[in-house]
Design a protein around this ligand. Structure first.
Ligand SMILES: [Zn+2]
Length: 119
């Protein structure tokens, strides 16, 4: 008898577990994992994935993030009634996050803090 592949295959997660915010270490509200391409030292494109954490503290003031935070603040959770609205807002938030450029000043300051032992 041949084993049923669907029974022996590990469960595939549709939603990634939420990570802590990498900026403030508080629990994140949502973690998105999406395809990302960058250029390596040789200038060749490198394809992979990028994670972005939605944080109720650090992402305040960013419009797409505020839309989701407001939804969670109002209802406390995603319900069947607001699932479609949540999905539309999540797509907008991921599009916004994908377009965000690396802030070299923030990265330099974090490196300085890490090297000095502050982090
Ligand atoms: Zn944060």
């Amino acid at each position: 008898m041949t084993p049923d592949r669907t029974e022996s295959a590990p469960a595939r997660r549709a939603v990634k577990d939420t990570l802590p915010c990498p900026r403030c270490r508080q629990p994140g509200l949502l973690t998105a994992l999406y395809p990302h391409t960058w250029h390596g030292r040789t200038g060749q494109p490198v394809s992979g994935f990028k994670e972005t954490v939605l944080c109720a503290v650090c992402d305040r003031g960013e419009a797409a993030a505020e839309d989701i935070i407001a939804l969670v603040d109002t209802d406390g959770q995603i319900s069947p009634e607001n699932t479609e609205l949540f999905l539309r807002r999540a797509v907008s938030w991921v599009a916004s996050a994908r377009g965000r450029e690396l802030d070299m000043a923030v990265l330099t300051e974090e490196e300085r803090r890490w090297r000095s032992g502050e982090l």
